[in-house]
Structure formats: structure tokens, C-alpha cells
Design a protein around this ligand. Structure first.
Ligand code: GLN
Length: 281
């Protein structure tokens, strides 16, 4: 058998990973196995690849072909301005959640010592993006899962962030008696019976980070109910939710006494993040 080249391995990977994303995924997986980036792959298409490395590349491709998410195979995922380590203990950060970060940053002046809590931080995507963009902010990242907190802590350490703390616990219970100027969360919000949970990448992600009761709103109900106790007056709660949950989530904010309630749409025009202010009166 003649030796493999970058080009032959890429072609083989692309054939194994059909679909729109196959090409990009093939490059990511081969780059990961060879320890190089995409630009290197393009510039070295005719280079020979040692059999051991070719074997590793094939192993990554067959895991993907069997359904495992690319981010779990390569062990990291880009989010906002960061590259974050991810494991199957955490949800893979999604582009739509960058909207939540951008909205949160609008409420956090560069120059002020704002206290922020991120509930159910997972990989730390939201908390660490905020802490990176606002050096004076103090961020508490919480999660019910010790394994998830380990991933988030590792990410904070690699990024050299000193303005993030961690606490284990359910939603607002993790906040003890503390109060914040801003509470953010991307909680689970998929209905437990939703067939998507048994398809594609979602099958491999932590169920508790995705599904939340019969209508998907169990976690959001608890957070919206309990957040006022942990917000300063005039403080904000901002939550990501499903594209079809805007009306229900705004009602929950109203029932809990929030004012200035509004919903922002994601890049695809779908309702995605709702927020409200704890009344000053
Ligand atoms: N947006 C995710 C999805 O539909 C769900 C994330 C979540 O439940 N917070 O895959």
C-alpha cells in the first residue's frame, strides 16, 4: 500500500462524513489528529502522513461517522471570543448563546464593579466570556454538576481569569444569600418528550443540560421565581429559551414582578433571550 497523504486522508474523511458540514468537519478532525490547523492542511496537501497518525485520524472520523459530536472528539469549541475545553459532562456551547452574552455586556459598564451570576454554567461559556470582556466585573459561575464545574474551572485557569468564582448547586440555591446586579442563564429548555433529544449531537450531551419537564419550562419557572431574592433592586435577569417560548417566559417574568420585560431575537429572527428588571419599588 502506498503511503497516505493529507489529501488522500481528507478525501477519505469527506466521503465518510457526508452532509453539508462534512468538509469542514473532515478538516477539523484531521487537523486535530495531526496537531495542525486548517491553513497547514491546505498548504501541505501532498505531504505524507505517518501510519500511526493516519490511524488516529481514521479513528476520529469513524467516531464522528457514528454520531459523536465533533467538539467532544477534538475536546474544544470556539464561543464568543474564547476557545473552550468541552467534555461530555457539559453542553457544547452554541452560537445562539452569544446573543445572551452580547445582551449581558450591554448591562455591564467597563468601569464598574458589577456582580454577576451565571446559573448552570456548563463549560463556563457565558460566565468566562463576560469575565473576559469586563475585567472589573465579578462573576459567580454555578452548576449542579461537579464534573461540569471542573470543566469550567479548568477553562478559567487556562484563560488566566481571576474575576470568576464557582459554586455548586441548583439554580438560585447555589447563590446562598448573595445578591447580584445581573443574573444570566442558558438553562435546559427542551420538552422531555421532544424527539430531537434522541437525534444527532443532542444524544451525546448531558440530558439535564437540555431537557426540563413536560413543556421544557421547569428550570425557567424556578429561576424566574427565585431570582428576585438574589437581585439588587434595578438588577437584571436574562435567560435564553426556545424560539417558541417567548410568550410563556414573558408571562413568568410578569408573574414574578419583573418590569421592563423584553425579548431579543437571534440571528435567524427567532425569539431567543428574554430579560426583565427587578422593580426598584
Ligand atoms: N439550543 C439548544 C438546542 O436546541 C438547547 C440548549 C438548552 O436547552 N439550553 O439544541
Amino acid at each position: 500500500m502506498t503511503g497516505e497523504t493529507v489529501c488522500s486522508l481528507l478525501a477519505e474523511a469527506q466521503a465518510a462524513l457526508s452532509g453539508d458540514e462534512g468538509r469542514g468537519e473532515a478538516e477539523l478532525l484531521l487537523g486535530h489528529a495531526l496537531g495542525v490547523d486548517r491553513a497547514w492542511l491546505i498548504a501541505h496537501r501532498d505531504d505524507a502522513v505517518a501510519p500511526a497518525l493516519a490511524g488516529q485520524a481514521r479513528c476520529c472520523v469513524s467516531r464522528r461517522a457514528a454520531g459523536e459530536p465533533v467538539a467532544y472528539i477534538v475536546g474544544h469549541r470556539g464561543f464568543h471570543a474564547l476557545d473552550l475545553a468541552v467534555t461530555p459532562d457539559v453542553l457544547i456551547p452554541r452560537p445562539e448563546t452569544e446573543l445572551l452574552v452580547d445582551l449581558a455586556l450591554r448591562h455591564i459598564p467597563q468601569s464598574e464593579k458589577v456582580d454577576i451570576a451565571d446559573l448552570g454554567t456548563g463549560s463556563g461559556a457565558i460566565a468566562l466570556s463576560i469575565a473576559t470582556a469586563r475585567a472589573r466585573a465579578r462573576v459567580l459561575a454555578t452548576d449542579a454538576s461537579a464534573a461540569a464545574l471542573d470543566v469550567a474551572r479548568g477553562n478559567a485557569q487556562r484563560l488566566g481569569l481571576r474575576n470568576v468564582e464557582f459554586a455548586q448547586g441548583d439554580w438560585c440555591a447555589a447563590l446562598a444569600t448573595r445578591r447580584f446586579n445581573l443574573i444570566v442563564s442558558n438553562p435546559p429548555y427542551i420538552a422531555a418528550s421532544d424527539p430531537h433529544l434522541r437525534q444527532n449531537d443532542l444524544r451525546f450531551e448531558p440530558h439535564a443540560a437540555l431537557a426540563s419537564g413536560a413543556d421544557g419550562l421547569d428550570a425557567i419557572r424556578i429561576i424566574v421565581r427565585d431570582a428576585p431574592t438574589h437581585l439588587e433592586s434595578g438588577g437584571w435577569l436574562l435567560l435564553e429559551h426556545g424560539f417558541d417560548q417567548g410568550t410563556a417566559v414573558r408571562s413568568l417574568f410578569e408573574e414574578s414582578g419583573f418590569v421592563e420585560i423584553s425579548t431579543a431575537r437571534d440571528l435567524e429572527g427567532r425569539e431567543r433571550v428574554s430579560g426583565g428588571v427587578k422593580s426598584r419599588f
